[in-house]
Design a protein. Structure first.
Lengths: 360, 310
């Protein structure tokens, strides 16, 4: 009691603003818990790595053709050379028995037989690739025999940046990660702290109650920046993805997305006292969106009539907006509907949560 | 000067259940006030209302002459400190970090070093909370209550689950706080804790205060009685304990947890007659003991319930 009177200033110097102390406490809970670090950073990276490798773009495979020559004529030898050296086929000269065996095992798409009577194609019409192999092989054969095109044609090949699966996947994973970390780091934590009676303990101090919630928001924002930067950098470094739009827009949409899920999370954490019940609610929010919101594959695959509902989900809006910026270079104005959906999902639960929040 | 706590006709109802059924209290400055009662007696609800966590259904509470909800809540909170039992104050934070955090909430207060020294945690100040023993955690909880340099300290079951040495060291901190003029409100299960620390005790049951006074006054209220307890080792099947009430100087016979408990007036006379009676009936008493009345006996007498173990 007398202590404060004797040295009133000494206590004030050594501790900083309560908001700063609360944020520091939040950050320590994070970086001193290796498990949390793994789930926030390691897990999405592993997922991106695994899926990126599994679905990486392969070179288009050439038709597999076995060439069987039963004639010694000069023109047949000439034709065989033309077929086996064509860049449009993967053709090898083999014996008749070997060709039959390989066709039966579907190791090859087509057997090309050269006889005195001409060329014969043998294939299994039920194999997807065989008719294509036949058409390509026939074109090679006819061209070598001197056929000319009647109509002039030309090919334009266009390998677009941002059309690979990994380009689709990285923005999806950013969205998924923002949902997971925003939901769990706020609501779940509040429930645990309420259960441990820490919220009740804070409530009987002169702490500004808004500071506690603000500290959650600030620490969430700091981690959100890290998460987005790490995933984007990972995509660029390992899979040569490119952000077509502006990084600033990508970040702004990420922040809005994070804030949107933070609102939902706060609502879940506003009153509950049981961690298991809270995780049930988190999963109830998360799992349907994992499936339908188009993180891993396009929701276009669901029936047409479901699309307008799916597009009202916050994760769909977030992932669509991120993808548009990432792969199509979209600006914020074009993303109005998505941003509106995110704003609504964030604001309404936030207001309800503040009104119903329980400190004990 | 306004008393630290003053409340009148305090009632709290949850639906049609009445948790607190009309309590008047005045805690003057500088005393240690104990609130005792079995579980469900309403003492936690009462303390939480005093701390400003719940609004009462009816009645008034004033802390330092100021009502909760009158726009001066922060001012009241700055003058009080609260130590809850078993609060997990942040597993990953060190003792020093926790106290820095709590200190930052108060406009003025003691230094972090000062409270760490006061609760004797200098060697553990940089340890994380989850590595501390139960007693050390309780001392951190007490330190968070002291760091705002309060005039009024709420202690909720401060030594539940602690070993005797840890309890002693916690009591010493509370005594030091009182020596400097602080006021304490204590809830506890332990009668020895109440007897040691409290100047004034209110016993609660079913939402009401059923007795109040100093520990000595409460014990005196039982009259000049003592207690004899023993277990019946072996007895013929016809033995009925009630017959012992007929012995000289025996007032009352009760059976509790397999032990017989006799309330007696004059120790020597009662023991002589009871032992003669038991011998005559071929009953063998085991573990016989006698003691002066304690707060436990007062509590048992008032509520018919025992405090510990509930």
């Amino acid at each position: 009691m007398t202590d404060a009177a004797q040295k009133p200033a000494s206590g004030a110097r050594e501790t900083s603003h309560p908001l700063l102390e609360l944020v520091q406490a939040r950050l320590r809970e994070f970086y001193r818990e290796p498990g949390i670090l793994f789930w926030v950073f390691g897990f999405p990276l592993l997922m991106a790595l695994g899926l990126g490798i599994a679905f990486r773009q392969k070179q288009p495979t050439l038709p597999e053709v076995a060439v069987v020559r039963t004639t010694e004529s000069a023109s047949a030898r000439e034709l065989e050379r033309a077929v086996t050296s064509s860049p449009r086929l993967h053709a090898r000269a083999v014996t008749a028995e070997q060709a039959t065996r390989e066709l039966a095992r579907a190791k090859i798409d087509l057997v090309l037989e050269m006889t005195d009577d001409g060329v014969r194609y043998r294939f299994d019409p039920m194999q997807d690739r065989s008719p294509l192999a036949r058409a390509v092989a026939d074109d090679v054969v006819q061209t070598a025999a001197g056929r000319r095109s009647l109509l002039p044609v030309s090919d334009v090949t266009d390998a677009r940046i941002g059309s690979r699966y990994i380009d689709f996947l990285i923005p999806g994973l950013i969205g998924l990660n923002l949902m997971g970390s925003s939901l769990w780091s706020i609501g779940y934590n509040l429930v645990v702290q309420r259960k441990r009676r820490l919220l009740r303990r804070y409530a009987v101090t002169p702490m500004q109650r808004g500071h506690l919630l603000l500290s959650y928001m600030v620490s969430r924002l700091l981690f959100l920046l890290l998460e987005v930067v790490v995933l984007v950098a990972f995509g660029i470094a390992l899979f040569q993805t490119q952000v077509q739009g502006s990084y600033l827009n990508l970040l702004l949409v990420s922040i809005l997305g994070g804030a949107s899920f933070a609102g939902l999370s706060l609502l879940i954490g506003a009153r509950l006292e049981n961690a298991e019940v809270a995780s049930g609610w988190m999963n109830l929010v998360q799992l349907p969106m994992w499936v339908v919101s188009g993180c891993f594959f396009s929701y276009e695959r669901f029936p047409e009539w479901t699309h307008r509902f799916i597009e009202l989900l916050p994760l769909t809006a977030l992932v669509n907006a991120l993808r548009a910026i990432y792969n199509e270079g979209a600006g914020l104005v074009a993303l109005g509907p998505e941003l509106l959906v995110l704003g609504i999902w964030g604001a309404i639960p936030f207001v309800i949560a503040l009104r119903t929040f329980r400190w004990q | 000067m306004q008393p630290p706590i003053s409340c009148k006709s305090l009632v709290k109802k949850y639906g049609d259940k009445t948790a607190v059924a009309g309590i008047d209290l005045e805690v003057p400055a500088g005393i240690c006030f104990g609130l005792l009662g079995p579980n469900g007696a309403g003492k936690t609800t009462t303390v939480e209302m005093l701390e400003g966590l719940h609004a009462p259904t009816s009645g008034t509470i004033e802390l330092f002459g100021v009502r909760w909800g009158a726009g001066r809540d922060q001012e009241i909170r700055a003058r009080m400190g609260v130590a809850l039992q078993e609060t997990q104050l942040g597993d990953k934070q060190t003792v020093r970090e926790i106290l820095r955090l709590f200190r930052s909430f108060y406009p003025s207060g003691r230094t972090v070093d000062d409270v760490i020294r006061a609760v004797n945690l200098m060697p553990e100040q940089n340890q994380r909370f989850h590595t501390l023993s139960g007693g050390q955690k309780q001392r951190v909880a007490l330190a968070t209550a002291l760091v705002g340099d309060p005039e009024l300290l709420f202690l909720d079951e401060p030594t539940t689950g602690l070993d005797p040495r840890a309890r002693q060291s916690l009591w010493a901190v509370v005594e030091a706080f009182r020596a400097e003029g602080g006021t304490v409100v204590l809830t506890t299960h332990y009668m020895d804790e109440a007897a040691n620390l409290c100047d004034d005790i209110a016993v609660m049951d079913l939402g009401r205060i059923i007795a109040q006074g100093s520990p000595a006054a409460l014990i005196d209220s039982l009259g000049d009685v003592q207690f004899v307890e023993f277990e019946v080792g072996s007895a013929p099947p016809t033995f009925v304990p009630g017959v012992l009430a007929e012995c000289r100087a025996v007032r009352k016979v009760e059976e509790r947890r397999g032990r017989l408990r006799l309330t007696i007036d004059r120790e020597l006379e009662a023991l002589t007659s009871v032992l003669a009676e038991l011998k005559g009936r071929e009953v063998v008493p085991v573990g016989l003991s006698s003691h002066q009345a304690t707060l436990d006996d007062v509590f048992l007498h008032l509520t018919g319930k025992e405090l510990e173990g509930d």
